[in-house]
Design a binder for this molecule. Structure first.
Ligand SMILES: NC(=O)c1ccc[n+]([C@@H]2O[C@H](COP(=O)([O-])OP(=O)(O)OC[C@H]3O[C@@H](n4cnc5c(N)ncnc54)[C@H](OP(=O)(O)O)[C@@H]3O)[C@@H](O)[C@H]2O)c1
Length: 250
């Protein structure tokens, strides 16, 4: 069964990792897919591999950046049925090392950027079963040393999700969050200030703390995003669903 036939599915942060997997799966389920991100090369490559897709470049750290994208989507597709706000950046530093610039870099994308991306897209959202899914992190809940700015940004996003879930329900729009545990994506290797050896050590530490004994795959998170975005989740609003191999639950 194709759950997204005749639907427009937008993935903010759709050219890598979890977002790319979600874009590919949504297309396989019949959606017209729009992906956004910052990197022109990976955006173009990703869109070439996805039927019925379009891509737009926008750095959501600029709160104005998604407005022209929303205008372009309106002109080309007319509306948005599912919005997956997945873009995020990491930022590992122990408390003494965190600078205001590092704090802002993470928060400007993960929380503020995500919020203003949603605000820009809202006028396009279908009130007939429209759905927004946000990517949080179990890092928002766990006390992981070195993760303070990232955890705070994702905890803020969790608050955004809960309030939007209430505010937007009268408009027929459901809002949910999924919170991945450690997932094998390029993110781990993109932490500013983290060497390859640091990343390898962090990965080993993470795996040792995952009850399932392995990292998750992008597709496992993407399938959860599609479920929450689809009418299969029609009675689900305001949840934060962990996709983490049992880290939070156990
Ligand atoms: N991997 C994990 O273990 C894990 C765990 C918990 C939560 N998460 C969350 O999952 C989400 C996806 O991450 P991922 O693991 O799939 O990592 P990823 O492969 O690095 O993907 C991150 C995505 O976000 C986009 N992005 C980053 N900064 C952006 C900006 N300023 N403006 C627009 N797009 C931006 C990237 O686009 P560009 O490549 O063009 O920059 C890319 O599409 C993130 O929100 C992350 O925090 C991941």
């Amino acid at each position: 069964m194709k759950r997204f036939e005749n639907k427009v599915f937008v993935v903010v942060g759709g050219n890598s990792g979890i977002g790319l997997a979600a874009a590919q799966l949504a297309a396989a389920e019949g959606a017209q897919v729009v992906i956004t991100g910052r990197d022109e090369t990976t955006l173009q490559r990703a869109a070439e591999g996805i039927p019925q897709s379009a891509y737009y470049r926008a750095d959501i750290a600029d709160p104005q950046a998604m407005q022209p994208i929303a205008d372009a989507i309106k002109q080309r597709f007319g509306r948005v049925d599912a919005l997956f706000v997945n873009a995020g950046v990491g930022g590992f530093a122990m408390v003494d090392q965190v600078t205001p610039e590092m704090w802002d870099q993470v928060n400007d994308v993960n929380c503020k950027g995500a919020f203003f991306a949603i605000q820009a897209m809202l006028p396009l959202m279908s009130s007939d079963g429209g759905s927004i899914v946000l990517t949080g992190s179990i890092g928002a809940t766990l006390a992981i040393p070195g993760n303070v700015s990232y955890a705070a940004s994702k905890a803020g996003l969790r608050a955004v999700a809960r309030i939007l879930a209430k505010e937007l329900l009268p408009r027929g729009i459901r809002v949910n969050m999924l919170s991945p545990g450690p997932i094998e994506t390029p993110l781990l290797y993109r932490n500013p200030g983290m060497t390859e050896a640091d990343a390898a050590a962090l990965k080993e530490m993470m795996i040792s703390n995952i009850p399932m004994g392995r990292m998750g795959a992008s597709e496992e998170v993407a399938k959860t995003a599609l479920f929450l975005a689809s009418s299969d989740a029609s009675f689900i609003n305001g949840v934060d669903l962990a996709v983490d191999g049992g880290c939070i639950e156990l």
